[in-house]
Design a protein around this ligand. Structure first.
Ligand SMILES: [Zn+2]
Ligand SMILES: [Zn+2]
Ligand SMILES: [Zn+2]
Length: 145
């Protein structure tokens, strides 16, 4: 970074006849000429508007496919899915997630067999995400010991 003379504009380096203090939020050190001050103000207002629009868009955006969702069709993910709190899903992604979730809780993650009422949670140290059938649980338990 080059050193700036105090009397020149922090952006265009022009000598300053009139100094304009930049807004704190612009993160500019020093002073600006009137042209740069005007330009930066304008850019900043535009940027702020864009930011606002982006936020509004995000509130109606599917977290997975990024599609815009009609407000009445927004779906909150189930808490069991371990997703962020303030997000929404479109119907399609919700159904896919739901299906994946049902598969995860109804089928052995190791062999793919459907598990009945007796399901076995893997030990945390196995680092397995899902549930196991009795057989796989035993197999892994033996191999891990
Ligand atoms: Zn300037
Ligand atoms: Zn989606
Ligand atoms: Zn299994």
């Amino acid at each position: 970074m080059k050193l700036r003379k105090p009397q020149s504009c922090a952006l265009c380096n022009k000598d300053l006849k009139f100094k304009y203090k930049p807004d704190k939020s612009w993160n500019i050190d020093g002073y600006l000429c009137s042209d740069c001050h005007m330009k930066t103000t304008r850019e900043f207002v535009i940027k702020q508007k864009e930011e606002e629009e982006k936020n509004i868009k995000k509130q109606n955006q599917c977290f997975i496919c990024n599609k815009q969702i009609e407000p009445e069709k927004k779906k909150k993910p189930r808490w069991q899915w371990n997703m962020e709190n303030d997000i929404f899903l479109c119907e399609k992604c919700f159904e896919q997630k739901e299906l994946a979730y049902q598969t995860k809780i109804n089928y052995c993650v190791h062999c793919g067999k459907k598990i009945g009422l007796l399901r076995y949670n893997p030990k945390p140290k196995w680092n397995i995400d899902g549930q196991l059938c009795r057989q796989c649980w035993d197999t892994i338990n033996i191999s891990q010991n």
